[in-house]
Design a protein around this ligand. Structure first.
Ligand code: PEP
Ligand code: MG
Length: 542
């Protein structure tokens, strides 16, 4: 708290940390859309083309967000693409065009009406969807007519950004070197903008009210993203205290950065292996620089999600090989395709399921679709074989392991192992460790039985939490309760470690909680041997 009186604007803390700098107020982004009627066919064609270009633009942004921030954040952008594919919305826009309105005007009216209906329901989840719809609607408008572009220009020097609200796609594009902090008049702590700000590490306050926008541009402020407060024109004494606190925070982060290359060892000498969750070879150097000792989870479904078709065996081989080469002898755990649930691949045109998380997902799909599983296994075993002959130390296999997602039973493991062994012998590849993910309570509970049939476990706490607590991992309303440190989840982790220990098996955790310093300590205490996380989380955990 400040020692001297100063003006305080209060909101809700949305992303922790302290920012000190001049404020910059962003104006509203509304543009006036003139109603310029045109023939129906050419209007329809323009709308269709604009929707297609926007979808392509969002896909590129989602790919970039996925690479920079992670797939969970990319999902926010991907969900926006679905909003413009909504048939009700498109029908409404077409109807307005039939009534004689111009395409840009008709589109904007349709978006406003649909968004207005959603916000009027008073449900925070639907209100967030309305904000997303307006955001994506603006993108389409700019594609219909570039003159209708509504953009923000940022000042040259670093600032604390104040805005009515900020669209998720605008937030994803913010540069933390230029935006020291962010405060919005509207929004909520679980909004997509808040989630993205947290991932970017930008201290943020939301729901600070309209008074925020009346603050004088250029005035110095302290933004505290933990308490949700903005202090305007603080005294020199308070500025000095805030700087000292910010510097202490930075010093901790710098110390973490300095020590990130050291082995992760507890004070009593117990070592824990530290891996990164990385999907593409170009992400490996950053992960290693952050202190990763290997890759504990390569999610291969992103090879499928990021393109419009199925990568063939040779394409996959090239990627796995490049991954092994980038790792230069460090371990790599590749997860076989985990399609289904939240990872839908449109071009596979799989049957629609009522409850995809409880449906044909992960290993269940692999066992039903040898056309998907076998090319992947062949590509993996070829990479293992060729990397050995390409100069691994004598007697040492390529450091590749394969694991299977969504396992619930011993027969599944037996069937998968059989497929692996058949393909391995055909290819003449060395044996590689075969593991399974523990993501379903059924697998954790019978870990001792499963451990007899596989070489290692990797606990997927994201799914284990959703299945143990019956909370859809995508439900924003219940997100605060989806706690991977819930006692029930921790008991399942303990059972997994105990089951593995009976057969001397290795246990890793590759779910989000492995990247939380407090969670990581608990997991290590429960007997986990390896923690694998997004590269950004590595220094603090180590
Ligand atoms: C998990 O479920 O914890 C996991 C690591 O897998 P994903 O998040 O890809 O489902
Ligand atoms: Mg999972």
């Amino acid at each position: 708290n400040p020692a001297d009186p100063c003006r305080i604007v209060s909101g809700i803390g949305a992303s922790p940390g302290l920012a000190i700098g001049p404020v910059h107020v962003l104006g509203p982004t509304e543009v006036a859309v003139p109603d310029e009627p045109e023939p129906l066919t050419s209007g329809g064609d323009r709308l269709h083309a604009a929707l297609e270009r926007t979808a392509a633009q969002l896909k590129a942004l989602a790919d970039d967000t996925g690479r920079r921030l992670g797939q969970a954040d990319a999902g926010i952008i991907k969900a926006q693409s679905d909003l413009i594919a909504d048939t009700d919305l498109i029908t409404l826009a077409c109807q307005l065009m039939v009534e004689g309105h111009g395409v840009a005007y008709a589109w904007q009216q349709a978006v406003e009406r649909m968004a207005g209906r959603l916000s009027a329901l008073g449900n925070p989840v639907l209100a967030a969807r309305a904000a997303d719809l307006r955001d994506v609607g603006r993108r389409v408008l700019a594609q219909i007519d570039p003159a209708l572009q509504s953009g923000h220009a940022l000042p040259d020097r670093p600032c604390i950004l104040l805005a009515p609200d900020l669209a998720p796609s605008d937030t994803a594009g913010l540069d933390p070197a230029r935006v020291l902090g962010l405060a919005t008049a509207q929004g909520g702590p679980t909004s997509h903008t808040a989630i993205l700000a947290r991932t970017l590490g930008i201290p943020s306050v939301v729901a600070a009210g309209a008074a925020l926008l009346a603050l004088p541009a250029g005035a110095t402020a302290i933004l505290d993203g933990t308490t949700g407060r903005l202090y305007l024109d603080p005294s020199e004494r308070d500025l000095a205290a805030a700087r000292a606190w910010r510097d202490a925070l930075r010093a901790t982060q710098e110390e973490e950065a300095r020590e990130r290359g050291l082995p992760a060892r507890t004070r009593d000498g117990h070592a824990v292996a530290i891996g990164a969750n990385v999907n593409t070879p170009d992400q490996v150097p950053f992960a290693l620089a952050q202190g990763a000792e290997g890759i504990g989870l390569m999610r291969t479904e992103f090879l499928f999600l990021e393109r419009g078709d199925t990568p063939g065996e040779d394409d996959q081989y090239a990627t796995y090989r490049a991954m092994l080469e980038a790792l230069d002898g460090r371990p790599l755990i590749v997860r076989a395709l985990d399609i289904g649930g939240d990872k839908q691949v449109p071009h596979l045109a799989l049957p629609k399921e009522e409850n995809p998380f409880l449906g044909v997902r992960g290993a269940r799909l692999l066992l039903r679709r040898p056309d998907l599983m076998e090319p992947q296994l062949r590509a993996l075993y070829r990479a293992a074989r060729d990397c050995v002959s390409a100069g691994a130390p004598a007697g040492k296999d390529a450091p590749l392991s394969i694991m299977f997602p969504m396992i619930t039973s011993v027969p599944e493991v037996a069937a998968l192992r059989e497929a692996c062994e058949r393909i391995r012998t055909e290819i003449g590849a060395p044996e590689v460790p075969l593991g399974i993910m523990i993501e379903v309570p059924a697998a954790a509970i019978q870990a001792d039985a499963l451990a007899a049939h596989c070489d290692f476990f990797s606990i997927g706490t994201n799914d284990l939490t959703q299945y143990a607590l019956a909370i859809d991992r995508q439900n924003t309303e219940l997100a605060p309760e989806a706690d991977s440190l819930h006692p029930a989840v921790l008991r399942l982790v303990r059972m997994t470690c105990e089951g593995a220990a009976r057969h001397g098996r290795f246990v890793g955790v590759c779910g989000g909680i492995a990247g939380d310093p407090f969670g990581a300590g608990l997991l290590a205490g429960l007997g986990v041997h390896e923690l694998s996380m997004t590269p950004r989380d590595l220094p603090a955990v180590k």
